[in-house]
Each structure stands twice: as C-alpha cells, then as structure tokens.
Design a protein around this ligand. Structure first.
Ligand code: 8Y4
Length: 256
C-alpha cells in the first residue's frame, strides 16, 4: 500500500489544482514502483495534528480520487469522518482506512451501506494528544481485545468479515516500548482471523532507534516492513514502494 498525501500548498492560486496534480503524479509514480493499493489521505493523522473540516478534506480528496479512478489499483481513503467516507465511496473509493476503527457516529452505517473494504486500526486517545503519555498494562493483549471488539461490532452492523482488515496502529498512542512490544509479537494478531495491515514507514519509533531524521528513514522502514511481513502482515503501508518490494521478494522466496 503506497502512501499518497494530499496536502495543501502555499504557493498555488488559492484553488487546489496544484496540490491535486502533485498528489496524482506521486500516486502514478508509486504504481510504477509496484504499489498494489494506494492510501490517499487529506487529513493529517500524525501526532499533534489539527483536524481538517469536512469541506476542506473533500476539496482535497475528490479531484485526486477522480483523476485516479482508472489507475488500475484499488484506492483506499484515509479518513475518520463519516461524511468524507460517504462522499469518497460515491467517488469510487474501494476501501476506507480509518485510524479510529469506525468509532465516529454514523461511520459503521456508511461502510455497511456500501461494498467497500475497511481497515480497523487501534488508536489510544485522539491524534492531537495521543502521544502525551499513553498507558497500557499489556499493550498486545489490549490492542487485540480492542480489535476483536471492533471486528464484532462491524460484523453486527452488517459489514461482512471478508471486507475487514485490522491494524495495531504503530505510533498511535504508543511509546517506543509499546511499539516494539507489538512488533515483536505481531504474529499474535493473526488469531483475529482477518488480514493484518502494518504501517511503520518513516515513523518516529524508527527515528528514536536510529537517530535519523524523517527523510532518511528508508532503510529502517524497509527493515521494519520485512519484520512485519515475516510475522504475517499481509498489507504494508509504505512511502518507499520500490525498495520495500525488493526486500519483500526475499521474504517471499522463503514461501508462505
Ligand atoms: C513520517 C511520515 C512520520 C508519516 C510519521 C508518519 C497508519 C495509518 C497513518 C498506520 C493505518 C504516519 C493513516 C501516520 N499511519 N493507517 N495512517 N496504519 N492503517 N506517520 O499505521 O504515516 S498516518
């Protein structure tokens, strides 16, 4: 899964033409590099980020979804807002990537009323404050219990199990110790019986471990993708598609 950010740019005409065009160009590059799925996000869910209004999020997303509608790979939209989910699905999105696991009012219904796939991710707290002082007794068991509950709630709402995937949410209300604990035991998430997605690419845990700034974290990102794949992750959310695929060819050579 290649990451496509639709961020506004300061030097454009006040419209969103240039930021859309750049996002589409980047998306096409990721496809050339071998991305089999794209995750398009217009609201930053990074630690400390401020929320974006529905209208603004859609102004950024819809032109990009439209331009990529025939790109040949499925499109995931990273959002936690039901109104944005509904409009994105109408515009042709194939998947919703919700870091809030459909906990917003109305979100379950929007997805249930459609045929899209959905990723249910664990997050403790909310993006703006989640890294302040996350606390767990046993991070792996707590995250597994949360995801089991969200799978059950989604199924009860009418979202069939074959449309679901889960994600432990690296960096979302977790310290380095919590993230390492989850990565070490990532294989235990397989017990939930739906495909596992993992996103470690360029995250701060890699920065803490290596001392590298965000733009220089490709090698540790690929290393963490290899570990995740070897522990059963089926979908890897990454910035560096080409390099990650090269590394995964070696993992694949060992067999399923
Ligand atoms: C540099 C670049 C440093 C990006 C940090 C980041 C996940 C996700 C994000 C994830 C799923 C991010 C939307 C955070 N992470 N969705 N989204 N899983 N499913 N931070 O791990 O990329 S955004």
């Amino acid at each position: 899964m290649g990451i496509v950010n639709v961020t506004p740019d300061s030097f454009s005409d006040g419209g969103h033409f240039f930021s859309s065009e750049r996002a589409v160009d980047h998306a096409m590059q990721l496809i050339e590099q071998g991305a089999e799925l794209l995750d398009i996000g217009a609201e930053s869910t990074r630690p400390g980020a401020q929320a974006v209004e529905v209208e603004e999020e859609l102004r950024r997303l819809l032109p990009v979804l439209d331009a990529l509608s025939d790109c040949g790979v499925p499109l995931s939209v990273d959002t936690l807002k039901p109104e944005v989910m509904r409009a994105a699905i109408e515009a042709g999105a194939d998947m919703i990537n919700d870091v809030n696991a459909l906990r917003a009012k109305g979100a379950l219904q929007v997805v249930a009323d459609s045929a899209v796939a959905v990723c249910l991710m664990h997050m403790q707290g909310e993006p703006r404050t989640m890294q302040h002082s996350p606390v767990y007794q046993d991070v792996v068991n707590e995250v597994i219990s949360f995801l089991a509950e969200r799978i059950s709630v989604a199924e009860q709402a009418g979202i069939q199990r074959n449309r679901l995937m889960i994600d432990p949410g690296f960096g979302f209300g977790k310290t380095l110790e919590h993230n390492l604990g989850m990565l070490k035991r990532l294989d235990s998430f397989a017990s939930l019986g739906v495909p596992l997605l993992a996103g470690l690419s360029r995250k701060s845990m890699l920065g803490i471990l290596t001392g590298l700034p965000v733009m220089e974290r490709m090698v540790p990102s690929v290393a963490s993708a290899v570990i995740a794949a070897m522990k059963g992750a089926k979908i890897l959310r990454v910035h560096d598609v080409k390099e990650t695929r090269q590394a995964l060819q070696i993992v694949g050579a060992l067999g399923e």
